[in-house]
Each structure stands twice: as structure tokens, then as C-alpha cells.
Design a binder for this molecule. Structure first.
Ligand code: CA
Length: 222
């Protein structure tokens, strides 16, 4: 549901894509392949991936975490924005998805920048803390099970450096967050997270209407 920015009509969306995207050939191929994929709607919108790549470059980011890899499109876009000594820790619970993603990363020549962690996202993040990586990451992108977001948030805040950014995808739930009659657990969890982020003084905060809503928190000095 976040393959496109759902606030835009189709005409403007097409214009935005034609007039702003700078996709590499492999990104284009992956995008096209996902049009045929049964879960292709899970893929992050290209304008959002490009925006995150710009953020990474603006921050001079070297250490990045992604929770929820799917078939690797967002990780590919972020890896392309990293310097040669950069590292992206790619976390996903699904080995089949990770295997599909790996093929694209190899094709694009960025696989050496990506370290795979297969298992529940919170376990992978706890392992990074145990391994001594607290306070070392520049950026974390969360696009996974929505009920897991509170855990990813707390663990992510530990792993980020001061000034580091955590970004949450699907904050709009296709518009369902604003419709109180929608009470599925993912939407309820997303509403709770939105409220938490708004009132949490450990971060600077902005919720951006791109893709399916991107919540951005920057870790403050405490
Ligand atoms: Ca998503």
C-alpha cells in the first residue's frame, strides 16, 4: 500500500515519478519485477526511497539499519547512498524474502555493503546492542510488522547516535489511521505509535505525507 504516495491523484503521481526519480537500471528492473509480485504492494514508494537516500547523504550516514527488507528495494536505494566504508544491517524474519533481495543487491554491486540478519526484528536489534553497537548508527528505517514498532523504536533509540534518525513507514495505513471505525491491531498500534512519537521528548519529530506516511524522529542529546 505504499508503492505510491497515496495523497496524490494518478496524474500528479505519474508526473512526480517522471520528473523527480533518478533510478538506476537495477532499481528499475526490481520495480518492474515487483509489479508482477503477489506482495508487490509492500514495496516502499520510489520517491520515498530517493528521499531517504538524500537524507543519508545529507547526514553523511555510514551505519544504517533496516527492519523489514521484503525484496530489497529500499535497502538497495539506501545502500546506493552509502560511502564505500558504509554498512547497512538488513533485518528480516523471512529467509525467502532475503534471498530474493540478495539477488538484486548483487546485481547492483552493493551486496558487500549489506549485512543480513534473519530472525525476529527485535532479536536482531538486541543482538546489535549485545555486540556493542549502542549509539553508533546514523539511520534506521522501520517497515515491518506494525505491532512490533514500539519495540523497534525503543531498541532503535539505543542504537542511534545523537542526531541519528529513525524513520517509520506506513504511518497512514492507507488512510485508516484517521478513520476511527477501523480497529484492526495494526492500525490501532500505528495510532498508538503516532501519539507516542508526537509526545516523546527524546526526539525531534515530523510526520511526512510521502508514500504511506513516513514518521521521522531525530534522537536528541539527553
Ligand atoms: Ca511499507
Amino acid at each position: 500500500m505504499s508503492r505510491r504516495s497515496n495523497q496524490l491523484d494518478e496524474l500528479l503521481q505519474d508526473w512526480l515519478h517522471a520528473n523527480s526519480l533518478r533510478k538506476t537500471e537495477v532499481q528499475r528492473q526490481l520495480r518492474d519485477a515487483m509489479d508482477e509480485h503477489p506482495d508487490g504492494g509492500m514495496q516502499t514508494s520510489p520517491e520515498q526511497v530517493q528521499f531517504m537516500g538524500l537524507m543519508l547523504k545529507a547526514m553523511n550516514a555510514k551505519q544504517v539499519i533496516e527492519v523489514g527488507v521484503f525484496t530489497g528495494y529500499s535497502a538497495l536505494g539506501m545502500a546506493l547512498a552509502l560511502p564505500k566504508e558504509g554498512k547497512l544491517i538488513a533485518c528480516d524474519i523471512s529467509e525467502p524474502f532475503m534471498s530474493q533481495a540478495r539477488v538484486w543487491w548483487q546485481k547492483a554491486g552493493v551486496d558487500h555493503l549489506i549485512e543480513e540478519r534473519i530472525g525476529p526484528g527485535a532479536d536482531s536489534l538486541r543482538a546489535l546492542i549485545t555486540e556493542g553497537h549502542t549509539g553508533t548508527f546514523d539511520f534506521m528505517y522501520v517497515d515491518a510488522d506494525k505491532t512490533g514498532y514500539p519495540d523497534y523504536y525503543e531498541l532503535g533509540l539505543q542504537l542511534l547516535r545523537v542526531g541519528g534518525i529513525i524513520a517509520f513507514d506506513n504511518m497512514f495505513r492507507g488512510g485508516d489511521v484517521a478513520d476511527e471505525t477501523v480497529t484492526d491491531e495494526n492500525t490501532v498500534a500505528t495510532r498508538a505509535l503516532a501519539s507516542k512519537l508526537l509526545h516523546d521528548h527524546r526526539i525531534e519529530y515530523s510526520l511526512i505525507p510521502i508514500g504511506d506516511g513516513l514518521g521521522i524522529g531525530m534522537k536528541r542529546d539527553d
